[in-house]
Design a protein around this ligand. Sequence first.
Ligand SMILES: C[S@@+](CC[C@H](N)C(=O)[O-])C[C@H]1O[C@@H](n2cnc3c(N)ncnc32)[C@H](O)[C@@H]1O
Length: 229
Amino acid sequence: MNRTEVIQRIIDKKKACSYLEIGVYNGKNFFKIKAWEKIAVDPHFQFEKRKRFKWIFKNFYNIGAKYHETTSDNYFANTKFSKPFDVIFIDGLHTYAQSLNDVLNSLNILADNGVIIIHDCNPPHNAAAFPAHSLEHAGSLNLPGWTGEWCGDVWKSICYLRSVKNDINVFVLDCDFGLGIITKGPSAPSLNFTEKEITAMNYQDLEKDRKNFLNLKSTSYFSEFLDKI
Ligand SMILES: C[S@@+](CC[C@H](N)C(=O)[O-])C[C@H]1O[C@@H](n2cnc3c(N)ncnc32)[C@H](O)[C@@H]1O
């Protein structure tokens, strides 16, 4: 299973209308998604207007898609949201601080029964998890084992949310570099790390207790989750 399939199955199950994607790059995922109100946010879209147009014919749901070429912080701060989103996919800058900011801002504009999906929560190795400032920065460091895939320390946002928030449910689906899935609803705090402890953690800490840190679920759990939403 990959992110596109997971997102689309959630949209279909919920009969969701509105979809927001933070961090879109070349639109590999965004253009394929079928939802009537699609919003794309990225400071540097890696496609021309022509490609947007072509994708209307490949997937008619792109006809009303809206594109905001700006950072997620700027988008959240300067947009008047007239109604909440059903589904939000967060895949922007892969740092702990920015991914957490994106989740907290997204929670404010998520429908009560909405779903947030966060990409890259389960880095496969140390190089992919390096806490760089950006993909370009990570790629310039000659990290041992570097494969060009960068998840950064997004995983720390999962640890934070599971330690601090008692009004959301969080798990990570073990596919496509870890898809964090968040729904609203009361929850018992499942980890008890302080912010200071999370900031000080490194990849070795994650490796020692990955399943517990992330509430990692195998892909077979996904159908069970869909039945609940
Ligand atoms: C991994 S790519 C997204 C891939 C895409 N979601 C997909 O599934 O194919 C990350 C994107 O995040 C964008 N990005 C970086 N900083 C950002 C920010 N502050 N706000 C929103 N997007 C950002 C980058 O420009 C890049 O295009």
